[in-house]
Design a protein around this ligand. Structure first.
Ligand code: G3P
Ligand code: CA
Length: 242
Protein backbone atom coordinates (compact mmCIF):
# COMPACT_ATOMS: atom_id res chain seq x y z
CA UNK A 1 0.00 0.00 0.00
CA UNK A 2 1.48 3.34 -1.12
CA UNK A 3 1.37 6.29 1.26
CA UNK A 4 0.51 9.60 -0.43
CA UNK A 5 1.15 12.82 1.48
CA UNK A 6 -2.14 14.65 0.96
CA UNK A 7 -1.39 18.31 0.07
CA UNK A 8 2.14 17.43 1.27
CA UNK A 9 2.61 16.57 4.94
CA UNK A 10 -0.39 18.78 5.63
CA UNK A 11 -1.02 17.60 9.19
CA UNK A 12 2.39 18.93 10.27
CA UNK A 13 3.08 21.78 7.81
CA UNK A 14 0.82 24.34 6.06
CA UNK A 15 -0.94 22.42 3.29
CA UNK A 16 0.12 22.73 -0.36
CA UNK A 17 3.26 24.76 0.48
CA UNK A 18 6.95 24.09 -0.13
CA UNK A 19 7.56 23.19 3.56
CA UNK A 20 4.75 20.58 3.34
CA UNK A 21 6.21 19.04 0.18
CA UNK A 22 9.81 19.16 1.46
CA UNK A 23 8.69 17.34 4.61
CA UNK A 24 6.92 14.64 2.56
CA UNK A 25 10.14 14.06 0.60
CA UNK A 26 12.22 13.98 3.80
CA UNK A 27 9.91 11.35 5.31
CA UNK A 28 10.17 9.12 2.26
CA UNK A 29 6.46 9.20 1.36
CA UNK A 30 5.69 6.93 -1.61
CA UNK A 31 3.58 9.67 -3.15
CA UNK A 32 2.79 13.36 -2.89
CA UNK A 33 -0.58 14.88 -3.76
CA UNK A 34 -1.24 18.52 -4.66
CA UNK A 35 -4.08 20.66 -6.01
CA UNK A 36 -3.69 22.93 -9.05
CA UNK A 37 -5.71 26.06 -9.80
CA UNK A 38 -5.41 28.96 -12.23
CA UNK A 39 -4.90 32.68 -11.42
CA UNK A 40 -6.56 35.61 -13.21
CA UNK A 41 -3.46 35.98 -15.39
CA UNK A 42 -3.37 32.28 -16.27
CA UNK A 43 -0.62 31.06 -13.92
CA UNK A 44 -0.74 27.60 -12.33
CA UNK A 45 -0.69 27.73 -8.56
CA UNK A 46 -0.97 25.07 -5.87
CA UNK A 47 -3.88 25.58 -3.48
CA UNK A 48 -6.86 23.49 -2.40
CA UNK A 49 -9.72 25.98 -2.11
CA UNK A 50 -10.98 28.18 -4.95
CA UNK A 51 -10.70 31.13 -2.56
CA UNK A 52 -7.59 32.21 -0.65
CA UNK A 53 -9.48 32.91 2.61
CA UNK A 54 -8.81 29.73 4.59
CA UNK A 55 -5.10 29.18 3.93
CA UNK A 56 -3.77 32.74 3.56
CA UNK A 57 -4.22 36.18 5.10
CA UNK A 58 -6.07 37.36 1.97
CA UNK A 59 -9.66 37.23 0.80
CA UNK A 60 -11.32 36.42 -2.51
CA UNK A 61 -11.23 34.03 -5.42
CA UNK A 62 -7.96 32.83 -6.94
CA UNK A 63 -9.49 33.66 -10.33
CA UNK A 64 -9.83 37.32 -9.34
CA UNK A 65 -6.12 37.66 -8.47
CA UNK A 66 -2.94 37.84 -10.50
CA UNK A 67 0.05 35.73 -9.56
CA UNK A 68 1.86 38.77 -8.17
CA UNK A 69 -1.16 39.53 -5.95
CA UNK A 70 -1.21 35.91 -4.76
CA UNK A 71 2.52 36.10 -4.04
CA UNK A 72 1.93 38.96 -1.58
CA UNK A 73 -0.12 36.63 0.64
CA UNK A 74 1.08 34.87 3.77
CA UNK A 75 0.23 31.15 3.36
CA UNK A 76 1.75 29.93 6.62
CA UNK A 77 0.60 31.93 9.66
CA UNK A 78 -2.90 30.42 9.66
CA UNK A 79 -1.17 27.10 10.45
CA UNK A 80 1.65 28.34 12.71
CA UNK A 81 3.32 31.74 13.08
CA UNK A 82 6.71 30.13 12.39
CA UNK A 83 5.63 29.73 8.72
CA UNK A 84 4.80 33.45 8.34
CA UNK A 85 7.21 33.83 5.41
CA UNK A 86 5.65 30.92 3.47
CA UNK A 87 4.12 31.85 0.12
CA UNK A 88 1.57 30.15 -2.14
CA UNK A 89 3.73 28.13 -4.56
CA UNK A 90 3.35 27.92 -8.30
CA UNK A 91 3.20 24.41 -9.73
CA UNK A 92 6.61 25.09 -11.33
CA UNK A 93 8.12 25.96 -7.93
CA UNK A 94 6.88 22.68 -6.45
CA UNK A 95 8.28 20.71 -9.38
CA UNK A 96 11.62 22.52 -9.01
CA UNK A 97 11.71 21.66 -5.31
CA UNK A 98 11.05 17.99 -6.05
CA UNK A 99 13.83 17.99 -8.64
CA UNK A 100 16.26 19.71 -6.24
CA UNK A 101 15.44 17.11 -3.57
CA UNK A 102 15.73 14.31 -6.13
CA UNK A 103 12.25 13.06 -5.26
CA UNK A 104 11.74 9.60 -6.78
CA UNK A 105 8.18 8.83 -5.74
CA UNK A 106 4.83 9.46 -7.44
CA UNK A 107 3.36 12.92 -7.84
CA UNK A 108 -0.47 12.93 -7.89
CA UNK A 109 -1.55 16.15 -9.59
CA UNK A 110 -5.19 17.00 -8.91
CA UNK A 111 -6.75 19.40 -11.39
CA UNK A 112 -9.25 21.37 -9.30
CA UNK A 113 -11.86 21.93 -11.97
CA UNK A 114 -14.92 20.61 -10.13
CA UNK A 115 -16.02 24.09 -9.00
CA UNK A 116 -14.23 26.42 -11.45
CA UNK A 117 -13.81 25.04 -14.99
CA UNK A 118 -10.53 26.97 -15.54
CA UNK A 119 -10.61 26.68 -19.36
CA UNK A 120 -7.18 25.73 -20.71
CA UNK A 121 -5.79 24.44 -17.39
CA UNK A 122 -5.27 20.94 -18.83
CA UNK A 123 -3.13 22.25 -21.71
CA UNK A 124 -1.06 24.46 -19.38
CA UNK A 125 -0.39 21.68 -16.88
CA UNK A 126 0.45 19.18 -19.59
CA UNK A 127 2.75 21.64 -21.36
CA UNK A 128 4.70 22.13 -18.12
CA UNK A 129 4.86 18.45 -17.20
CA UNK A 130 5.98 17.36 -20.65
CA UNK A 131 8.59 20.13 -20.95
CA UNK A 132 11.35 18.07 -19.31
CA UNK A 133 12.24 14.75 -17.68
CA UNK A 134 11.58 14.33 -13.94
CA UNK A 135 13.22 12.11 -11.31
CA UNK A 136 9.70 11.19 -10.13
CA UNK A 137 6.70 9.68 -11.92
CA UNK A 138 3.45 11.60 -12.10
CA UNK A 139 -0.23 11.10 -12.77
CA UNK A 140 -3.35 13.23 -13.07
CA UNK A 141 -6.56 13.07 -11.06
CA UNK A 142 -9.76 15.08 -10.82
CA UNK A 143 -13.36 14.97 -9.67
CA UNK A 144 -14.17 16.35 -13.14
CA UNK A 145 -14.38 13.61 -15.79
CA UNK A 146 -14.24 16.11 -18.69
CA UNK A 147 -10.88 17.34 -17.40
CA UNK A 148 -9.61 13.75 -17.30
CA UNK A 149 -10.83 13.14 -20.85
CA UNK A 150 -9.02 16.27 -22.02
CA UNK A 151 -5.75 15.48 -20.27
CA UNK A 152 -5.86 11.89 -21.53
CA UNK A 153 -6.02 13.19 -25.12
CA UNK A 154 -2.99 15.38 -24.40
CA UNK A 155 -0.99 12.64 -22.67
CA UNK A 156 -2.36 9.21 -23.62
CA UNK A 157 0.38 7.34 -21.72
CA UNK A 158 0.08 9.17 -18.39
CA UNK A 159 -1.69 7.58 -15.40
CA UNK A 160 -5.18 8.98 -14.85
CA UNK A 161 -7.33 8.45 -11.77
CA UNK A 162 -10.90 9.50 -10.98
CA UNK A 163 -11.63 11.14 -7.62
CA UNK A 164 -15.08 10.73 -6.06
CA UNK A 165 -17.01 11.12 -2.86
CA UNK A 166 -19.10 8.19 -1.70
CA UNK A 167 -21.84 8.17 -4.36
CA UNK A 168 -22.52 4.76 -5.92
CA UNK A 169 -23.16 6.52 -9.24
CA UNK A 170 -19.48 7.40 -9.65
CA UNK A 171 -17.58 4.08 -9.91
CA UNK A 172 -19.46 3.06 -13.12
CA UNK A 173 -18.34 6.34 -14.73
CA UNK A 174 -14.73 5.30 -14.14
CA UNK A 175 -15.27 1.67 -15.12
CA UNK A 176 -16.77 2.54 -18.50
CA UNK A 177 -13.69 4.58 -19.53
CA UNK A 178 -10.74 2.35 -20.28
CA UNK A 179 -8.17 5.12 -19.78
CA UNK A 180 -9.05 5.49 -16.09
CA UNK A 181 -6.59 3.42 -14.07
CA UNK A 182 -7.55 4.22 -10.50
CA UNK A 183 -10.46 5.23 -8.30
CA UNK A 184 -9.81 7.68 -5.44
CA UNK A 185 -12.95 7.59 -3.26
CA UNK A 186 -13.87 9.11 0.06
CA UNK A 187 -12.76 6.55 2.69
CA UNK A 188 -16.43 6.01 3.63
CA UNK A 189 -16.97 4.32 0.25
CA UNK A 190 -14.18 1.85 1.10
CA UNK A 191 -15.76 0.98 4.44
CA UNK A 192 -18.95 -0.01 2.60
CA UNK A 193 -17.05 -2.11 0.03
CA UNK A 194 -14.21 -3.59 2.10
CA UNK A 195 -14.71 -7.14 0.86
CA UNK A 196 -14.74 -6.14 -2.82
CA UNK A 197 -11.58 -4.03 -2.95
CA UNK A 198 -9.18 -6.83 -3.88
CA UNK A 199 -11.34 -7.87 -6.87
CA UNK A 200 -12.23 -4.33 -7.94
CA UNK A 201 -10.93 -3.80 -11.51
CA UNK A 202 -9.26 -0.44 -10.70
CA UNK A 203 -6.59 0.49 -8.16
CA UNK A 204 -8.42 1.98 -5.17
CA UNK A 205 -6.74 4.78 -3.20
CA UNK A 206 -9.05 6.42 -0.64
CA UNK A 207 -8.78 9.84 0.99
CA UNK A 208 -8.32 11.11 3.67
CA UNK A 209 -7.05 8.39 6.02
CA UNK A 210 -5.52 9.87 9.16
CA UNK A 211 -6.23 7.54 12.08
CA UNK A 212 -3.91 4.61 12.87
CA UNK A 213 -6.77 2.11 13.05
CA UNK A 214 -8.11 3.26 9.68
CA UNK A 215 -4.67 3.07 8.08
CA UNK A 216 -4.33 -0.50 9.37
CA UNK A 217 -7.81 -1.39 8.04
CA UNK A 218 -6.81 -0.06 4.62
CA UNK A 219 -3.74 -2.32 4.59
CA UNK A 220 -5.93 -5.29 5.54
CA UNK A 221 -8.57 -4.72 2.87
CA UNK A 222 -5.99 -4.38 0.10
CA UNK A 223 -6.26 -0.82 -1.19
CA UNK A 224 -3.42 0.20 -3.54
CA UNK A 225 -2.73 3.41 -1.65
CA UNK A 226 -4.06 6.01 0.76
CA UNK A 227 -4.01 9.79 0.89
CA UNK A 228 -3.12 10.98 4.38
CA UNK A 229 -2.32 14.29 6.06
CA UNK A 230 0.07 12.39 8.35
CA UNK A 231 2.50 10.45 6.13
CA UNK A 232 4.97 9.90 9.00
CA UNK A 233 2.30 8.14 11.06
CA UNK A 234 1.09 6.10 8.05
CA UNK A 235 4.62 4.99 7.15
CA UNK A 236 5.11 3.85 10.74
CA UNK A 237 1.85 1.86 10.73
CA UNK A 238 2.97 0.25 7.47
CA UNK A 239 6.43 -0.61 8.86
CA UNK A 240 4.94 -2.14 12.02
CA UNK A 241 2.54 -4.25 9.94
CA UNK A 242 5.32 -6.18 8.19
O1 G3P B 1 -6.87 13.08 -4.08
C1 G3P B 1 -7.94 12.97 -3.26
C2 G3P B 1 -8.26 14.19 -2.45
O2 G3P B 1 -7.23 15.13 -2.52
C3 G3P B 1 -9.53 14.80 -2.91
O3 G3P B 1 -10.07 15.64 -1.98
O4 G3P B 1 -10.80 17.86 -1.34
O5 G3P B 1 -8.65 16.99 -0.48
O6 G3P B 1 -8.84 17.70 -2.83
P1 G3P B 1 -9.56 17.12 -1.65
CA1 CA C 1 -6.75 17.08 -3.61
Amino acid sequence: MKIFAHRGSSGTRPENTLPAFAEAVRLGADGIELDVQLTKDGELIVMHDEEVNRTTDGRGAILSKTLSEIKELNAGSWFDEKYASTKVPTLKEVLDLLVTRNYRGMLAIELKTDKEPYPGIEEKVSQLLTSQEWPFTYGYSSFNMSTLERIHLLEPETQIDFIMGKSEKKPPMALERSFIQGLHPDIRWVWKHQDEIREFPLAVRPWTVNKKAEIKCCIDCGVAGIFTDFPEKALEVKRNDR
